[in-house]
Design a protein around this ligand. Structure first.
Ligand SMILES: Cc1cc2nc3c(=O)[nH]c(=O)nc-3n(C[C@H](O)[C@H](O)[C@H](O)COP(=O)(O)OP(=O)(O)OC[C@H]3O[C@@H](n4cnc5c(N)ncnc54)[C@H](O)[C@@H]3O)c2cc1C
Length: 451
């Protein structure tokens, strides 16, 4: 067996998948440079899960920290592949034994209507920057784009992330409306349910003057990807899953008071004075997984803001070959190998976005549904993000083991080669100002007012 201490691997991205892979490799003696674009490595946990999950996010941060502070892990923050590092250069010239892409899915899937790109931030907003803003907007040091949350916005979506977007809009609107009436409330109280929060203050939601945002979905409500059937489901299991989805939507609407239209496909834009004033939608006919627009059914949905929340895919990185919306990985989920270069692999969301969630790897269907209900704020327990991330961790671990197996068949680096790679990694750390240990770095870059 090869001496694993003679390998040096670069992992791009330090969140769940990156940190799980780094830990598995480092525990086997392999040196690992974790190259992360942000100061803090928490990825979707910090910037994608809405900030009302305060304690649960902290727990997940601690788990990522415990992996990244391990011996053999070299954390390189504030360094973005494609901006600060060239992909081809990294793969060919840096001397790493392997490169693992664990950079997640941060590009919103395109709304799919010609001309929509011209209206980004002019009436159209995508989910990823919107939730990023929402999570960081109250920090003094936040300098990114700022978004409005007007009443009666339209959200295009249907999945869990679109429910998060809808909740943000509803919580913001009710908080504003209640404060305007002299009622002190906050997102944490409202997140437990808007009717309950109103009741606690002796008012009725319908008297707050909020009309509510509208969520549109192209298929039927029972098709919404909130709950998933098991692998190879029976007709009964499909029917049961559809009922669960309908129940989840109903409970979410009862608690957050948003409007919903099923079978609506975005077909065009409503533009006024160079600004998006709404979208055109057609009713759809559902046949299997297909949602076909019904001719003549088109109508305008006017809205002060349209938020598109129809999925996330990996960002385009110069030099990385794409296959559609994804990087060119060969198709085995357990060991995704990048097909356009040797010794480059993928782990986590970067491989398939969030679409292929194999919950059955870790939890039963019933447990998963319960976890998701609690996550959505409609269950009878506390959200448990750690348990929800277990499938992602499990998958990253399997993929990292595959990389180790592959490494064992490669020629180890000589001590000189190892020292050279280490020197280059150290100089990247220096450039990022991260010459101290991992915990000291995190303490230094954590905003004091981070929520
Ligand atoms: C309710 C809920 C349930 C979920 N259930 C599941 C599930 O069952 N299974 C599942 O797989 N997932 C599930 N997810 C999704 C889950 O959030 C993700 O799988 C997981 O957090 C993704 O982790 P990741 O490390 O792959 O990606 P990310 O968290 O996106 O991390 C990627 C990291 O890479 C960094 N990065 C990005 N680009 C670059 C670059 N160019 N250079 C350097 N660094 C870069 C980012 O800053 C980030 O830190 C669920 C999510 C929710 C909200």
């Amino acid at each position: 067996m090869a001496n694993l201490g003679q390998y040096f691997v670069a992992v791009i991205g330090g969140a769940i998948s990156g940190s799980v892979s780094a830990e598995i490799l480092a525990d086997r003696g392999i040196r690992v440079a974790v190259i992360e674009q942000n100061n803090r490595p928490y990825g979707k946990i910090e910037d994608g899960l809405p900030r009302w999950h305060v304690e649960q996010r902290k727990q997940e941060y601690a788990r990522i920290d415990s992996r990244l502070r391990k011996p053999n892990v070299y954390f390189v923050p504030s360094t973005k592949l494609g901006r600060d590092l060239d992909f081809e250069d990294l793969c060919k010239n840096w001397g790493f034994s392997a490169v693992i892409l664990a950079n997640g899915a941060w590009r919103d899937r395109d709304l799919g209507v010609p001309g929509a790109a011209d209206f980004v931030d002019k009436g159209l907003v995508y989910q990823n920057p919107f939730i990023y803003w929402y999570n960081h907007k109250n920090e003094k040091s936040y300098t990114g784009p700022r978004y409005e949350t007007p009443d009666e916005a339209v959200v295009v979506g249907g999945g869990l992330a679109s429910i998060d977007v809808v909740k943000v809009l509803q919580l913001e609107n009710y908080e504003r409306a209640m404060k305007a009436r002299g009622i002190e409330t906050n997102i944490h109280e409202l997140e437990k349910g808007i009717p309950a929060a109103c009741k606690a203050h002796g008012v009725r939601p319908e008297d707050m003057g909020v009309k509510g945002c509208l969520l549109i979905y192209r298929r039927r409500e029972q098709d919404m990807p909130l709950a998933q059937p098991p692998d190879n489901p029976t007709p009964e299991q499909i029917a049961k899953t559809e009922q669960v989805r309908q129940k989840m939507l109903r409970l979410a609407r009862d608690r957050y008071l948003f409007r919903f239209q099923e079978r609506r496909l975005t077909t065009g834009l409503v533009v006024e004075n160079g600004h998006l004033a709404g979208i055109k939608v057609a009713e759809t006919k559902i046949e299997g997984r297909r949602a076909e627009p019904i001719p003549g059914s088109e109508q305008e949905l006017r809205a002060p803001l349209v938020i598109s929340s129809i999925g996330s895919v990996p960002e385009v990185i110069p030099g990385v070959v794409m296959k559609g919306d994804y990087y060119a990985f060969t198709e085995t989920e357990d060991f995704p190998r990048y097909s356009a270069a040797d010794r480059v692999y993928g782990v986590g969301n970067v491989v398939t976005g969030q679409g292929n969630i194999r919950v059955s790897l870790v939890h039963s269907q019933q447990v998963t549904n319960h976890l998701i209900e609690n996550y959505m704020g409609i269950g009878d327990g506390e959200p448990d993000i750690v348990a929800l991330q277990a499938p992602a961790e499990e998958r990253a671990a399997v993929q990292a083991e595959g990389v180790i197996e592959r490494l064992e068949s490669l020629t180890p680096l000589s001590s000189e080669e190892l020292a050279k790679v280490e020197q280059r990694v150290r100089s990247l750390q220096e450039k990022a100002g991260c010459t101290c240990d991992y915990d000291a770095w995190i303490a230094k870059v954590t905003p004091p007012d981070l929520e």
